[in-house]
Design a protein around this ligand. Structure first.
Ligand code: CMC
Length: 425
């Protein structure tokens, strides 16, 4: 392959540099295109646009490959802990034993929320969606952002604090919505076990089962990063205006909330409920509806912009769904329904042709529900997992020659015309 790509528009020809990534991904650098020809590229939804160079995560949608900093997700999910993976994403390398121990201790020491953040949670209406609450309080946390240069236990202090506080924030938001007293963090418990404890202590959903905590930790790992997805691109874009870390993350939370992105985990459960309530669990009806272009029904948890073979996270989560539901002794009718729906869709020509497969959200909600999380909290769990990824990208963007993100457009509105005063119209 040559090192330049030639683009011809009318009588103008320009050579654009070709850049090649470490996994041989090829990009045409069109930065000079507009200056030299007056034209811009047109790519709605950015399906074919590389917005940055990044060394965080590699994803090959055709092969179903996902690697964090070069490590395959299959090797991290299980043996590694979420904190270890968070360090890997943020620092670029795995921590050694001493680094991990110091990080673990520091995380445990920073779990308490500042009083004003607790007051903000208490001031919110009980029925506010937890993702709205999460975004609101994250923005408020901006005021306590440490100097970006402060370091503790080898990590930027504001990143460490946010990692430690997000589960507390999520648990308090949940307990506020339920009218329950808050349960503070317990430094004797692991990251995920502490989160479960703060969520459910004193209720019939309380669990001290380490295997359940381990399963939740694994789910956090599977969500930890996914290169330039909608919310991560949002975090980078907001950060590119030199907005602070928490403010950029809050924007990421609101992007993630959408049902086409992280909000799909809640939407899957609602869809499965709909299939049971109105169609007595008829998966054929759901598949037919999803194919019908006159219907708004989509198979939620199916399809992906990048994965066109399988989503490796979905494979791992499906195994966890069986394990967790088995462990809890739950015979979840929704799990059986989801498996039936998956099978029916995967055999259907519509889904085969369009390469639509279950994605990370298809089975995760079933696990969360079995653990007792209400559907509105599912996307909050996604956000806890995605936090280290968002922060890694925010850092990467701001460490480089960070230009503000500012796409062009093709204007299709009215041509210039003269204003007419209201009494003459
Ligand atoms: N059910 C039915 N048809 C679908 C679905 C679906 N879930 N997904 C895509 N299609 C069809 C779509 O109608 C289109 O058909 P046609 O070519 O006839 O017009 C074709 O497949 C291509 O779809 P697209 O909408 O152009 O694909 P996209 O890359 O723009 O969207 C997606 C990707 C994930 C938003 C979409 O597949 C979708 O809406 N899925 C359901 C929501 C979901 O599960 N989202 C979670 C994504 S994974 C977690 C995350 O990281 O966010």
């Amino acid at each position: 392959m040559g090192t330049t790509a030639t683009i011809q528009i009318g009588d103008k020809t320009i050579d654009c540099p070709v850049i090649v990534g470490t996994e041989n991904e090829v990009g045409i650098d069109i930065q000079v295109l507009r200056d030299k020809t007056g034209a811009v590229t047109f790519d709605p939804g950015y399906g074919n646009t590389g917005a940055c160079e990044s060394a965080v995560t590699f994803l090959d949608g055709e092969q179903g490959i996902l690697r964090y900093r070069g490590y395959p997700i299959e090797q991290l999910a299980g043996p590694a802990s979420f904190l270890e993976v968070s360090w890997l994403l943020l620092k670029g390398e795995l921590p050694n034993a001493a680094e991990l121990a110091a990080f673990d201790a520091a995380e445990k020491a920073h779990r308490e929320l500042p009083d004003y953040a607790v007051a903000v949670i208490k001031a919110l209406p009980k029925n506010v969606h937890p993702m709205a609450a999460l975004a609101s309080v994250l923005v408020a946390l901006t005021t306590s952002e440490d100097s970006p240069k402060a370091v503790e236990a080898g990590l930027a202090k504001n990143e460490l604090t946010l990692l430690a506080q997000l589960p507390t924030l999520a648990a308090y938001i949940y307990r506020h919505s339920q009218g329950l007293d808050f349960v503070g963090p317990d430094a004797g418990l692991s990251y995920a076990a502490n989160y479960l404890n703060m969520m459910f202590k004193g209720t019939k959903l309380a669990t001290t089962d380490e295997a359940i905590a381990k399963a939740l930790d694994l789910l956090f790992i599977l969500h930890a990063d996914h290169e330039q997805n909608c919310s991560t691109s949002t975090v980078r874009l907001v950060g590119s205006a030199q907005a602070g870390l928490s403010a950029s993350l809050a924007a990421g939370v609101t992007a993630l909330w959408g049902p086409l992105h992280g909000g799909a985990n809640q939407a899957v459960i609602e869809m499965l409920d709909e299939v049971v309530a109105h169609q007595n669990g008829d998966v054929g009806w759901a598949v037919a509806q999803a194919k019908d272009k006159n219907s708004n029904f989509r198979l939620m948890g199916f399809g992906h912009r990048v994965y066109k073979n399988f989503d490796p996270r979905a494979k791992l989560i499906k195994v966890q769904a069986d394990l967790v539901l088995g462990k809890l002794g739950k015979d979840d009718k929704q799990l059986a329904l989801a498996k039936g729906l998956e099978q029916a869709a995967l055999q259907d020509e519509y889904f085969i042709q369009r390469k639509l497969y279950p994605n990370v959200d298809f089975y995760s909600g079933i696990i969360y529900r079995a653990l007792g999380f209400p559907p509105e909290m599912f996307t909050v769990l996604f956000a806890i997992g995605r936090l280290p990824g968002w922060m890694s990208h925010w850092n990467e963007h701001n460490a480089g020659k960070a230009r503000i993100g500012r796409p062009r457009q093709i204007y299709t509105g009215k041509n210039a015309r003269d204003f007419v005063a209201v009494d003459k119209r």
